[in-house]
Design a protein around this ligand. Structure first.
Ligand SMILES: *Cc1c(COP(=O)(O)O)cnc(C)c1O
Length: 402
């Protein structure tokens, strides 16, 4: 099936082998993720920075950089440009991805992946997920009229399970981690005939997440920040943003300056940070035992480990950890003093940044972007300290503030 877009081909990230983009692919023959390659000179000829000013403020303004056929209407729930929120009078900004449909940045990837699945006539989708990818798959799948199967660890927050089921998807709780869920999806592909949406098994979610990098560059006047803190699980956004910067440089929209890319993980599961600290170019073995409740980044051995490590190395970045307790405290501090309700993953980024500031690893003058990858409302909150009042009795106002 032809795809009339600026895509030239797909490329094995390990061997460089070419694959045609006229059909859906999973991993390459060697089991590595495939990357989408474009005819960049054709993109440069088709669009310039000024053209963007006249387009809607959503992720589809970067349409030329996306794999959808030109004539296709995207499967879209309205994916807005997300704001940069300054923290006090510091040089640190939160990019608040909690504003996207289904409350997390997984919407960006799924909007593109489900659009491509629809173009190729697929009607059944399956996703292993820590929760947010499943919610996004369920929402975009519902819009596209597809059947969606979601597999999630059994300690996934109840609100997410309900959200997924409410969209009409079938959701299954698995007594294992995300890799166990991924195994169930892979094992069922032949019998069930579903399209496997697993992180990096499918080449188009990266392209959707790439729009975070395009958007950030445009928001900052086509100049990139000094440092990016990103809560890294499978690494889709980390790899995707770096890819965006490469593509923008190739068409001359940005100069050579790149941010240092910081992969943030939890103390209780930090395979990427450990490998980076050991100077390795991959994760040799899955992290065990996993001891963290920061669900979105609990990935013991990401499929894209080599690609993630490569971004850290090329960007002169590093890995940074913080504990679940640090993330809890950061979430409370930020919602109380800055008003933004971070996800545990975003709070972990904030905590890691504070730790690196204290350790002198980053300068307080550095222009830093901290990714808040989901809204805090999807994660359990502490019980409210809330007393009751009797509307039929006199109110003792003096007691209200005690
Ligand atoms: C999936 C997820 C992540 C990790 O994203 P990757 O790009 O796959 O590393 C981080 N935070 C939240 C809230 C997530 O849902």
């Amino acid at each position: 099936m032809t795809v009339n877009s600026y895509v030239s081909h797909l490329e094995c990230s390990a061997t460089g082998e070419r694959y045609e983009h006229d059909r859906l692919h999973g991993l390459s023959r060697t089991g590595a993720p495939l990357l989408v390659r474009y005819d960049l000179p054709a993109i440069a000829a088709a669009v310039n920075k000024a053209d963007l000013a006249n387009r809607a403020p959503d992720m589809w303004r970067y349409r030329e950089f996306l794999p959808l056929p030109h004539e296709m209407t995207p499967v879209s729930l309205g994916e807005p440009i997300t704001p940069l929120i300054r923290l006090g009078d510091t040089q640190a900004y939160i990019k608040d991805e909690g504003r996207l449909p289904t409350g997390s940045f997984k919407a960006r990837g799924m909007a593109v992946a489900v659009s491509m699945a629809k173009h190729f006539g697929r009607t059944r989708l399956a996703a292993p997920t820590a929760g947010n990818a499943g919610a996004a798959a369920a929402a975009y799948g519902a819009l596209a009229g597809m059947e969606v199967f979601v597999f999630t660890p059994d300690d996934t927050p109840d609100v997410t399970l309900r959200e997924i089921a409410y969209h009409g998807a079938r959701v299954f709780r698995v007594n294992g981690l995300i890799n166990a869920c991924a195994g169930i999806v892979r094992g069922g592909t032949d019998v069930m005939g579903w399209h496997d949406l697993s992180t990096l098994e499918e080449p188009y979610r990266i392209e959707g997440k790439k729009t975070m990098g395009l958007e950030l560059a445009e928001q900052l006047g086509w100049a990139l920040p000094d440092v990016i803190y990103y809560p890294t699980g499978g690494g889709t956004g980390f790899i995707g943003m770096w890819k965006a910067f490469d593509e923008l440089k190739a068409i001359g929209w940005i100069d050579a300056k790149r941010p240092r890319m910081v992969a943030v993980q939890a103390t209780g599961c930090h395979p990427i940070v450990r490998a980076a600290d050991q100077g390795l170019d991959h994760v040799p073995e899955p992290w065990a035992p996993v001891e963290s409740q920061v669900h979105g980044i609990r990935v013991p051995k990401p499929l894209g480990d080599r690609l993630i490590m490569n971004v850290i190395r090329e960007s002169n970045g590093f890995g940074s950890i913080a504990s679940d307790e640090d993330a809890d405290k950061a979430r409370r501090d930020v919602i109380e003093s800055d008003g933004t309700h971070l996800s545990p993953e975003g709070a972990l980024c904030y905590a890691a940044y504070q730790g690196d500031l204290a350790a002198g690893r980053v300068s307080p003058e550095a222009h830093v972007i901290l990714f808040n990858t989901a809204t805090g409302f999807k994660s359990p909150m502490p019980e409210a300290a809330c007393s009751t009042l009797d509307a039929n009795a006199p109110i003792n106002y003096d007691a209200l503030s005690s």
